[in-house]
Design a protein. Sequence first.
Length: 104
Amino acid sequence: MSSPIAGISPASIRTIEPLLTGGAQASAGGGSSAFSDLFEQAVNRVNDYQRTADGAVERFLTGEDEDLHRVAMATQQAEVSFELFLQMKNKVIQAYQEMMRLQV
């Protein structure tokens, strides 16, 4: 039995194209690289989701106007974003380790 996911629309899904074009414009000298900028943005986004979920739980527990389903969705969004970030980090580490094993 499947249920449609009504909360996701094509407009809410970010494309990867800006990431690809931004990576090609990374500076070779001083300044920050595109990878470090992307990594920092990802960490900040995961942190924002976690703070939003924490706030929703706190408002729910104090009796403020917060619906249980919104609290559950916020905590699930924070959990999924953190899991995705961990998986991406693991893939980057695996790629780095593979590059280090290559013999020149």
